[in-house]
Design a protein around this ligand. Structure first.
Ligand SMILES: NC(=O)C1=CN([C@@H]2O[C@H](COP(=O)(O)OP(=O)(O)OC[C@H]3O[C@@H](n4cnc5c(N)ncnc54)[C@H](OP(=O)(O)O)[C@@H]3O)[C@@H](O)[C@H]2O)C=CC1
Ligand SMILES: CC(=O)N[C@@H](CCC(=O)OP(=O)(O)O)C(=O)O
Length: 337
């Protein structure tokens, strides 16, 4: 069978590197194009030396028609705002797109414009693009022209919360999500907040009460579980390269942690990458993999849920490859197991 031809837009960034790295060992797909605004003419391996000897695809400036002609699917690894326009242009040229940004994740245009502070360039598609979580939306992903790849923090909260909300095991109006991310979550471009001396040996909360992943979590749990929730989400930057640990404080409705773990095991029985475990998950347990580990502990009237993912893998590029596999009829775990 011919390999899936993959293009990578925004090829100089961290998620692009991770997609390229994972595709090097994918038996059914290959990178055939890569784009950047600034690095036209260099090879992908020149920009990302860890790919040396493995990926000499030349980087080009993004011309939607040229890229669409070469590719079956484009991994659009661009920042939100910039991404939607590119996704629109690519789809008009008949290539399927996996959008890593938040531009098509939310159900409501009003919520998007409130939280992202920009007019959406393709508003007709808001609420009309599948959320790239095959554990819940595989049938729609298989047919999609555009897939909205999930946010990293949201993945670590939506996956544990949705089954418990759906099953009515927890209160929906009192959910506290305390998340910690590695620095690669902030992307590769230079910013003071992610300099070595700012992040090393230090942990800090940021965007308290106003991070844009709060509405994404509430929106998706509602879409999956059919019930609205009210969560309070606080992200933290931690001195790690990669990984997310979310500690989620919920109020149970008389149910035990063991019942919640069983609920996850039933829900995710056929999901390759989701493991409801008995130990307390750590970011190291999932580093470099597409796996999600989650557990629960009884704590009086509350239950504490703990979920670990790798922000660059299940939180971004691994999920994108899982989505690509579903879109092209390959087993979900191809190239990822
Ligand atoms: N890092 C993570 O853990 C996760 C990231 N995401 C999302 O994935 C996307 C990519 O993230 P990441 O790889 O970390 O980001 P990076 O900042 O590392 O890379 C983004 C790339 O996009 C290009 N770019 C930047 N600004 C623009 C612009 N205005 N117009 C066109 N191209 C631009 C740059 O390439 P060049 O300058 O060469 O053109 C840059 O290399 C983002 O939407 C991010 O929010 C989602 C989940 C997790
Ligand atoms: C550590 C860090 O800075 N993380 C990023 C989240 C990255 C991400 O996945 O966000 P989107 O895909 O929704 O853009 C942040 O808090 O903005």
């Amino acid at each position: 069978m011919a390999k899936i031809k993959v293009g990578i837009a925004g090829a100089t960034g961290y998620t692009a590197l991770e997609v390229a790295r994972l595709l090097m060992s994918h038996p059914g797909a290959e990178v055939v194009a890569a784009t950047s605004r600034a690095e036209d003419g260099k090879s992908l391996a020149e920009i990302h030396p860890s790919l040396a000897g493995r990926c000499d695809v030349p980087i080009e400036t993004l011309d939607p028609k040229t890229i669409a002609d070469k590719c079956d699917v484009v991994m659009c690894c661009l920042p939100h705002g910039a991404s939607a326009e590119t996704v629109h242009a690519l789809v008009q040229h008949d290539v399927r797109v996996i959008d890593f940004s938040a531009d098509f994740r939310l159900s409501s245009l009003e919520t998007y414009e409130k939280w992202y502070g920009v007019k959406h360039p393709w508003p007709q598609r808001i609420g009309n693009v599948v959320y790239g979580m095959p554990e819940f939306f595989a049938d729609e992903i298989a047919k999609a022209d555009v897939v909205a790849n999930p946010g990293c923090y949201p993945t670590s909260a939506i996956m544990p919360l949705s089954p418990l909300v759906q099953a009515g095991l927890i209160e929906t109006d009192d959910i506290i999500i305390d998340s910690k991310s590695g620095v690669s979550g902030a992307g590769r471009s230079a910013k003071v907040a992610t300099l070595y001396c700012e992040t090393n040996e230090s942990i800090s909360a940021y965007s308290v009460g106003n991070h844009r992943h709060g509405p994404e979590i509430d929106d998706l749990v509602h879409r999956i579980a059919g019930k609205s929730i009210k969560s309070l989400f606080t992200p933290h930057l931690t001195p790690m390269d990669r990984g997310i640990l979310s500690t989620i404080y919920v109020r149970h409705r008389g149910h035990t942690a063991a019942e919640m773990i069983q609920c996850w095991r039933d829900q995710y029985a056929n999901s390759v990458f989701v493991n409801a475990v008995d130990h307390l998950p750590a970011t190291k347990h999932v580093a470099g993999t597409n796996y999600v580990q989650m557990t629960a502990r009884d704590c009086g009237e509350r239950t504490v849920l703990v979920c670990a993912i790798d922000n660059l893998a299940k939180g971004a590029s691994g999920a994108a490859i899982q989505n690509m596999n579903v879109m092209f009829g390959l087993p979900e775990a191809t190239g990822l197991a």
